[in-house]
Design a protein around this ligand. Structure first.
Ligand code: NDP
Length: 262
């Protein structure tokens, strides 16, 4: 199936590892040029160069913290330099661990800035570029936790839920400019970070990190396995394409059967 993504320009935040990197590769495989953002420059620049070489696309690396206005401005400027973006994937984010009773205001604010304000600021800067180019696609990587919380991470649950509502609200405002906005809620996706955590948690009890991950999958997902970043990226790539032209203002779950409601 030709997805018609060749020659498009995609901005992807959190693109140096894990899910963002898999989406970058998935789009590059379709011939999409990339503007990739993350805070750590070394890893990001190495991946941008590798992807450009492997797929023959243009891949720019922007070292930026999306939780700050200056960071999002740098990303918007980098996209403008390329003539504007057609696709924006708001992917940068991270889990949390706290209780509502103990977490300070600063922590709530930091996650609000990372998960919500980054998407707000990037939409304000990049949607006008898309409009000038005749339309575009904005995708938000929220989480199944936006609707089905994990109790150890209330700030993550709440801020991802806000991102999901932002996606819905934005979609109505931007469809008049032919910009389709959607949200994806993933379940357990096996990124290097999960492996690192599993290794840390099992280090003092025999090191069976694979057993730990299997137990997590058994507990949460009907499929009893983690998804791969590529399995999730496939959905982002499809939603980025014209083949998803009637997908507007929705949230798509990619969770191996983890969602417990209809
Ligand atoms: P990783 O921790 O593996 O990667 C996160 C990426 O985001 C890195 O490139 C990191 O680079 C970048 N990043 C983090 N903070 C910032 C920031 N402030 N500014 C710019 N870049 C940033 O995460 P995953 O791939 O696991 O997750 C990606 C997204 O998917 C997240 O939003 C997460 O909540 C969501 N998700 C993940 C699931 C999973 O099971 N893995 C399940 C459901 C949702 P650097 O540190 O250099 O900035």
């Amino acid at each position: 199936m030709d997805l018609g993504l060749k020659g498009k320009i995609a901005v992807i935040t959190g693109a140096s590892v894990g899910i963002g990197l898999a989406i970058a590769e998935g789009l590059a495989a379709e011939g999409t040029d990339l503007v990739l953002a993350a805070r750590g420059g070394e890893r990001l620049e190495a991946e941008a160069a590798r992807i450009a070489e492997k797929y023959g696309v243009n891949a720019a690396a922007v070292v930026a913290d999306v939780a700050t206005a200056a960071g999002t401005e740098a990303i918007i400027a980098a996209a403008a330099e390329k003539g504007g973006a057609d696709i924006l994937i708001n992917n940068a984010g991270t889990g949390s661990n706290e209780t509502v009773m103990e977490a300070p205001d600063e922590k709530w604010q930091a996650y609000w800035d990372l998960h919500v304000m980054a998407a707000v600021r990037l939409a304000r800067g990049i949607a006008p570029q898309m409009k000038r180019r005749g339309g575009g696609v904005i995708l938000h990587n929220a989480s199944i936790c936006a609707v089905q919380p994990l109790w150890y991470e209330p700030i993550y649950n709440v801020s991802k839920s806000a991102l999901m509502m932002f996606s819905k609200t934005l979609s109505t405002e931007l469809i008049q400019d032919n910009i389709r906005v959607n949200c994806v809620n993933a379940g357990l996706i096996l990124t290097p970070d999960w492996i690192k955590t599993a290794k840390q948690l099992t280090a003092e009890t025999g090191g069976n990190w694979e057993g730990y991950l299997q137990a997590v999958a058994n507990e949460h997902a009907a499929s009893k396995r983690f998804g791969t970043p590529e399995e999730l990226a496939n959905v982002f790539v499809f939603l980025s394409s014209e083949r998803a032209s009637y997908c507007i203002g929705s949230t798509y779950f990619v969770d191996g059967g983890m969602l417990k409601t209809i």
